[in-house]
Ligand binder design. Structure first.
Ligand code: ADP
Ligand code: MG
Length: 379
């Protein structure tokens, strides 16, 4: 029996969504989760419970795994180095992952390699931010260099008082400031890359963020300038190659009248790629597994002219199951994904996907389902 075991650190929905392709391919997953109630722990039989910040826990988890990969980017670099030194195959490796863990490390490296990035600067005191804002103009965007997600750790500030308040967050280890980019929309370019260097690029998608949280994804990005699409894919492939990323790399971008700018990197399956489960020949989750196992990668091409994905955020309804009856009867073409998470307002608890020919119609159907599921509408 040579079918491998892939260890996934982190028990969130990304690990959970690796399970269907793992089942199909006969690959075993083992997950390191915080609690038995974690999204992935509920669907992966081989669960280890423990703290990913504890090296002995990681070492014992990795025993018997052919490769270790991640559902999130929070494992300390030193632990990843220690795992690698102990002979554990870790993908993506600590060198690459550093660029997804720290926004200042990421910005500096991208700038050094000539990738298009917003004007930015690392800052420690209010005067640094004020001086930067004098150059580029208020408002500016202050970001925590580490630990942010879903817009937590991103602040748009308009004056020195607001900067004072942001910099007083003493749990944040460091800050950077950047220009507020007048983007026309946000894009994401997803690629998967294997250790032997094979890489595939998914169609570039448009993403819609509200309050820093991804709400909707349209694949491919409707009406995108072909030059911008190619530039985005090329940037993502180049970044994956230069940083030595193994697995899925998501590059979040700003589309502007002058071209695309890189916002940030994620080295794992990403919300902007959930559409690929139904919408692409090979999903991001399957290609992530193939990549970390150094298997030939699957075709990333779209299977339909349009795929729309809308996230389901927790609302007032504590139980979303009763809504299935109406949603399924209303739209048999709808694909519903629930993450098995308890509902909290604003928390990502699932997503819906609609594929078709017309983006307006797909948006309407997917939005209707997401709104109904979270209880915003009742017909
Ligand atoms: N420099 C910027 N200019 C304009 N909007 C920004 C800028 N940086 C971030 N944003 C907005 O905030 C969102 C979250 O920022 P991001 O750096 O991606 O943080 P997170 O790690 O929380 O995803 C972005 O998707 C975008 O909508
Ligand atoms: Mg982001």
């Amino acid at each position: 029996m040579t079918f491998p075991t892939v260890g996934v650190v982190g028990g969130g929905q990304l690990a959970r969504m690796m399970q269907p392709p793992a089942v199909a391919l006969g690959i075993r997953l083992r997950v390191l989760a915080d609690t038995v109630d974690d999204s992935a722990a509920a669907v992966i039989p081989d669960v280890a419970l423990g703290d990913y910040r504890d090296l002995p826990t990681l070492l014992s988890f990795a025993q018997g795994c052919d490769v270790v990969t991640f559902d999130h980017e929070h494992v300390p670099s030193a632990h990843l180095e220690a795992l690698a030194a102990a002979g554990v195959v870790v993908h993506p490796g600590p060198q690459a992952l550093a660029h997804a863990q720290d926004k200042a490390v990421m910005r500096r490296r991208l700038q050094d390699m000539g990738a298009p990035v917003p004007r930015w600067q690392q800052v420690s005191v209010t005067d640094d931010v004020v001086a930067f804002a004098k150059e580029v103009g208020w408002p500016v965007v202050v970001k925590a260099t580490r630990g942010g997600y879903d817009g937590k750790g991103v602040w748009v500030v308009s004056d020195a008082d607001e900067v004072d308040w942001v910099l007083s967050h003493d749990t944040v280890p460091g800050f950077l400031v950047e220009e507020l980019v007048p983007f026309t929309r946000e894009l994401a370019a997803l690629v998967a890359r294997s250790p032997s260097g094979q890489a595939v690029a998914y169609p570039v998608v448009e993403t819609v963020q509200i309050d820093g949280i991804c709400r909707e994804v349209y694949a491919p990005a409707p009406g995108i300038d072909p030059d911008h699409a190619v530039a985005a894919q090329q940037a993502a492939l180049r970044i994956a190659g230069e940083l030595g990323v193994v697995g899925v790399l998501a590059v979040e971008l700003f589309d502007t009248v002058d071209g695309v700018l890189v916002n940030e990197l994620a080295m794992r399956p990403h919300n902007s790629g959930h559409w690929s489960i139904e919408g692409a020949v090979t999903s991001q989750f399957e290609n992530h597994l193939r990549a970390v196992l150094d298997l030939p990668l699957g075709d990333p091409m779209a299977r339909a002219p349009v795929t729309v994905m809308v996230n389901v955020l927790g609302g007032d309804l504590p139980d979303l199951y009763p809504a299935y009856l109406h949603c399924m009867a209303h739209d048999p073409g709808l694909r519903i994904h629930m993450y098995g998470k308890s509902v909290r307002p604003g928390r990502k608890v699932g997503h819906v996907t609609v594929t078709g020919d017309d983006v307006t119609e797909c948006k309407e159907r997917a939005r209707h389902a997401a709104s109904y599921l979270r209880g915003d509408i009742d017909e």
